[in-house]
Design a protein around this ligand. Structure first.
Ligand code: PHE
Length: 430
């Protein structure tokens, strides 16, 4: 049934972590920390399920790089009460079936105490339901669809949610770019794409803008000419594409070929260097929202950027940073767990998280286990994605100590319901 071979498991990576543990003097042996015996002193397993292959491979690869850095740092600092933490990563190939298989295997075979993943909301919805049913806490680093944490009290995330992200881009489109007529094209089988399209449309129309068309596509499509030809006739000033980088890159090429020369707007799913590889010059000039911009660093993120760049020979993307944050948060919760770090105790500790100093902004969970965090808007340029502005959610505590410093840009006029992530929470501070 399960198709994970030993080769698929990144054993090399976990042994790297263990090697570091040994180097720092923690021994993954019973009783090494004098803290008792048996289960109390063995290694703790965090299971991760990620798309390391397929059209979303870059999501998993970047997230994994961040997660591995967090594991190595934690083990070098003594693990959890002297117990080493092992990260077992399974490749779900970006498919729902494999995501389900992976989570089941992480629980049954790998004996994970907690799970990190997925990136794509549709896959977190599959894995999250299993984790919830089995009573294993799961932290999605970057799934932004609201339904993910609505699964239940074992499911958390370290990113903002799409009602906020859609509001950010709708406000940016109208107030900063002056667009009043926008067409939307979404991936109709992708929960993230559907949710983000919806919240963008709600805010944009509430602010007096007009949505001139709502078109659809499916993951894997490379020909968007029918939809784009329709849109071309409608005098749109921009095209909102809440999709993932592979399709967005192809869509950009299609649109220029058809003579549709309007900017594209999108969300975090655009984030990959592959976007520019696929879209080439045709995607340059477009804007998207994201969780982190290395060129908008503060003191805390600068140190992370330096460490990460040294380890991986490239600057961290938002996905890498969220992968680091989610893994570091799980380890922090393991350390804070009352008594034995059992899955239930880790869950309780996660829920009690207060101002965890994540690189992407402090994490305090609201009643729905969502943090309240700022977003950034980036522009795609010929030499990489450039930071444009940072937008704080309404209700975020001003100047939370660990949150990035907001530049002069005005905050989103997030008075409406779309600012919900802030509503029920206590803000990001203290
Ligand atoms: N937010 C996207 C989703 O929920 C995933 C994503 C996050 C992709 C960040 C890229 C960067 O599906």
């Amino acid at each position: 049934m399960t198709r994970f071979s030993a080769a698929r498991r990144l054993l090399l990576l976990s042994s790297m972590s263990l090697a570091l543990v040994a180097a720092s003097g923690c021994k993954p042996k019973a009783g090494a920390d004098g803290e008792g015996s048996g289960a109390q002193s063995g290694e703790l397993v965090i299971g991760a399920y990620l798309s390391l292959t397929g059209s979303k491979a870059d999501f998993g690869i970047k997230t994994q790089q961040g997660a591995l850095l967090a594991i190595d740092e934690a083990n070098a600092a003594g693990g959890v009460g002297g117990r080493p933490v092992k990260l077992v990563i399974l490749d779900d190939q970006g498919t729902a079936d494999e995501a389900g298989n992976a989570v089941t295997r992480l629980i049954d075979v790998e004996k994970a105490s907690a799970i990190m993943g997925e990136v794509s909301s549709s896959l977190s919805l599959v894995g999250g339901r299993i984790a919830q049913r089995r009573g294993i806490p799961m932290v999605s680093p970057s799934s932004t669809n609201t339904q993910v944490t609505e699964i239940g009290n074992f499911v958390f995330r370290t990113c903002f949610i799409d009602p906020f992200q859609g509001e950010v881009m709708a406000t940016f489109a109208k107030e900063k770019q002056g667009f009043t007529r926008i067409a939307v094209i979404k991936d109709v089988r992708n929960d993230y794409s559907i949710g983000l399209a919806k919240s963008f449309i709600e805010t944009f129309t509430k602010n007096g803008g007009t949505i001139v068309a709502e078109e659809s596509y499916n993951e894997g499509d490379t020909d968007f000419s029918a939809q784009l030809t329709k849109i071309k006739a409608l005098d749109a000033q921009a095209l909102f594409v809440p999709g993932y980088y592979t399709e967005v890159g192809n869509l950009a090429k299609n649109s220029r070929r058809l003579g549709l020369n309007i900017p594209l707007l999108g969300g975090d799913g655009w984030e990959s260097p592959k976007l520019r590889e696929i879209g080439g010059n045709d995607i340059v000039g477009s804007f998207y929202s994201n969780h982190f911009a290395p060129d908008n660093a503060n003191e805390k993120s600068s140190a992370f950027i330096a460490t990460y760049t040294k380890r991986w020979n490239e600057p961290p993307t938002a996905l890498a940073t969220l992968g680091y944050d989610a893994t570091a948060l799980i380890i922090d919760a393991m350390r804070r767990a009352k008594g034995e770090p059992t899955p239930a105790a880790i869950r309780d500790a996660l829920e009690a998280t207060k101002a965890f100093p994540a690189i992407t902004g402090a994490v305090t969970f609201d009643a729905n286990r969502n943090p309240v965090k700022p977003a950034v808007v980036l522009q795609v340029t010929a030499n990489g994605d450039k930071f444009v502005t940072e937008i704080q959610p309404a209700g975020a505590a001003p100047a939370a100590p660990a949150a990035p410093v907001a530049p002069a840009a005005p905050a989103a006029p997030g008075s409406g319901a779309a600012a919900a992530p802030a509503g029920s929470g206590s803000g990001a501070a203290k």
